[in-house]
Design a protein around this ligand. Structure first.
Ligand code: AMP
Length: 591
């Protein structure tokens, strides 16, 4: 293993790296730095987030920047505002001892005028998101004709986000003889096309195996029924009292909903997604970095560029639609020499999605049992005991109270005192999980037939524009309704599947929520789903897959929606001050 000095970097940079605590180069740095310093050949690097790629491309560029020239000599494109800011911050740190060095970040969602002012002052390196960069090029405020280095960071993500035209533009307006450095965690065909069309005979380097997830990450999956997805998430969090992680969701709506449930259940959690203003997002990230929050619930896009190295867990509440995104998600943990765990919560139907991910990772997911109430209690209890054991005692503050306290405990043995303290802290938690069922044995079907049939007046009948020809059946329809996350404990009534359209009934209290849930871009087998309220059926004849109705009969009603079990959802988690809530008597879950 070489040192940064041996790689050929100047003393000003080395001293900055020392101050940052970078002792030795990472693998990608060891490979990229001498290559970029010694050759102008284009370079393609396979590198995950967390491998030290930012320093790998920026240090050799910084080394070669002509500080006496005010011209922009390097442009770095990154997929998100957060990542652009992070890269610019890293570069500023690397160059603190290089007098006159200037780096500027340009990104959307922030005043373009201020960024123009910054650019006017001169920037040796500009870091930008593709949209804002092109905007500034078009306004002739960002001049790239003297650029010697073009760096595409997280190229796969930029293309995923639809920035192909912007990349084309920047590649086009920068000089032909520049050196292009392309960093990507995965190399789907769109990224290969960029390399083929715009790069000259690029040398390939890798921070590990091509497309392989970081070795420091364990991949686990938990098999659940749809209705147990959230209770399972809670248990995973509860069994890991010191969890510091991100729960990934596919949509903004799902993100908001899961965050709200976690907050309501007493966890230190919050949501990060695109519907929040920039100020709100900054606030959430600040809290997460400061560890005021233990859990960040986020969409893929919002979490990009989040520079947090010590995450213990990444949890896929639902797997991403594009499997490549799994590597991005799991790459958020196991960074900078730490170990991490990436968890997928999947239903039987979703289990098939794991194999293609395993092929990319070249690693197997380990099926893990959802922890029992007893295991959770044990972990929480021992964490409490360790905390008590290791707490720093502030003798001067408590000194004056101690004699009175000791005299109150005079009649109790040490064992009795310990038992009582533990009980005070722990009784509520114990009773919460006392009768917790086994969530592992409830994975077969997403239905719940326990729901009592309600009267027809309590149901709204909906028309849906998909039917048997779209391969819809009652189970799939229930699955589709479940996926929209409509309320808690929602009864689904009669279902009728016809050839090209269908009907279903649902608790009328959720009528508007159902319309809203299906109002966005819901897709089923490539068709855009449309749902409307329709008139109640009068006769008992069900068409197609529908069942005959018995008047006031008990058959046919299923629980749908996010039917979180009342036992699991009403209590308070142990992760934030467990045991302090006196309303957490456990109730039999009936499982
Ligand atoms: P990156 O892959 O660039 O996002 O880097 C991941 C994290 O590792 C960042 O927080 C860096 O500050 C840190 N890092 C990068 N290189 C080194 C190094 N050689 N030694 C210690 N930490 C590093």
């Amino acid at each position: 293993m070489s040192t940064f000095k041996e790689l050929g970097l100047k003393p000003e940079i080395i001293s900055a790296l020392d101050a940052l605590g970078y002792e030795k180069p990472t693998l990608i740095q060891e490979k990229a730095i001498p290559q970029i310093l010694s050759s102008t050949q284009d370079l393609k690097a396979f590198a995950q987030t967390g491998t030290g790629k930012t320093a790998a491309f920026s240090l050799p560029v910084i080394e070669q920047i002509d500080i006496d020239s005010k011209k922009t000599q390097a442009i770095i494109l990154s997929p998100t505002r957060e990542l652009a800011i992070q890269i610019a911050k890293n570069i500023a740190e690397f160059t603190t001892h290089i007098k006159g060095f200037r780096v500027t970040a340009v990104y959307g969602g922030s005043s373009i005028e201020n960024q123009i002012k910054d650019l006017k002052r001169g920037a040796h390196i500009v870091v930008g998101t593709p949209g804002r960069t092109v905007d500034l090029i078009n306004r002739k405020r960002l001049i790239l004709k003297d650029v010697q280095w073009l760096i595409l960071d997280e190229a796969d993500e930029m293309l995923n986000m639809g920035f192909k035209d912007e990349l084309d533009k920047v590649l086009f307006v920068t000089p032909e003889d520049k050196q292009t450095l392309l960093f990507s965690a995965t190399f789907p065909k769109e990224v290969e096309a960029i390399a083929r069309n715009y790069m000259h005979n690029p040398i390939e380097i890798s921070a590990g195996q091509k497309n392989k997830g970081a070795d420091s990450v364990n991949h686990e999956y938990y098999l659940v029924s749809e209705k147990n997805r959230y209770p399972a998430l809670k248990r995973i969090v509860d069994v890991n009292p010191d969890i510091y992680g991100i729960v990934f969701c596919r949509t903004r709506r799902e993100t908001q909903e899961i965050a709200e449930k976690l907050i309501r259940d007493g966890y230190g959690a919050d949501a990060l997604h695109g519907d929040l203003s920039q100020a709100q997002r900054d606030y959430v990230m600040k809290k997460f970095r400061a560890k005021t929050l233990q859990i960040l619930v986020a969409t893929d896009v919002a979490a990009r560029g989040l520079d947090v190295n010590n995450l213990t867990h990444v949890i896929n509440h639902k797997l991403p639609d594009q499997i490549e995104n799994y590597t991005h998600r799991s790459g958020r943990t196991g960074r900078a020499g730490n170990k991490g765990t990436s968890i997928a919560i999947v239903t039987r139907r979703e289990r098939g999605k794991l194999s293609p991910i395993e092929r990319i990772l070249k690693k197997k997911f380990v099926q893990t049992q959802i922890p029992s109430g007893k295991e959770i209690c044990q972990n929480q209890l021992f964490r409490l005991i360790d905390k008590v054991h290791d707490i720093e005692v502030n003798e001067t503050e408590i000194k004056e109270f101690l004699p009175a306290i000791f005299s109150k405990f005079e009649d109790l043995s040490k064992e009795e005192v310990i038992k009582r303290f533990v009980s005070v802290e722990f009784n509520a938690f114990l009773s919460y999980y006392e009768n917790a069922g086994d969530l592992n044995n409830d994975t077969g079907s997403d239905r719940d037939s326990r729901g009592k049939r309600r009267n027809d007046e309590n149901m709204t009948r909906f028309f849906i524009n998909i039917g048997r020809k779209d391969k819809l059946n009652p189970a799939r329809l229930i699955g589709l309704i479940n996926e929209q996350g409509i309320g808690n404990n929602v009864d689904i009534g009669q279902i009728e599947i016809l050839d090209t359209f269908s009907f279903f009934e649902l608790d009328k209290n959720f009528t508007q929520e159902t319309i809203d849930a299906f109002g966005g871009d819901v897709d089923f087998g490539g068709r855009n789903v449309n749902v409307e309220v329709t008139e109640k059926k009068r006769s008992g004849r069900g068409g197609g897959g529908g069942r005959k109705r018995r008047s006031g009969g008990g058959s046919g009603h299923r629980k749908g929606g996010r039917r979180s079990d009342s036992f699991e959802s009403k209590g308070r988690s142990g992760n934030r001050g467990f045991g302090r809530d006196r309303n957490t008597r456990g109730r039999r879950s009936g499982k």
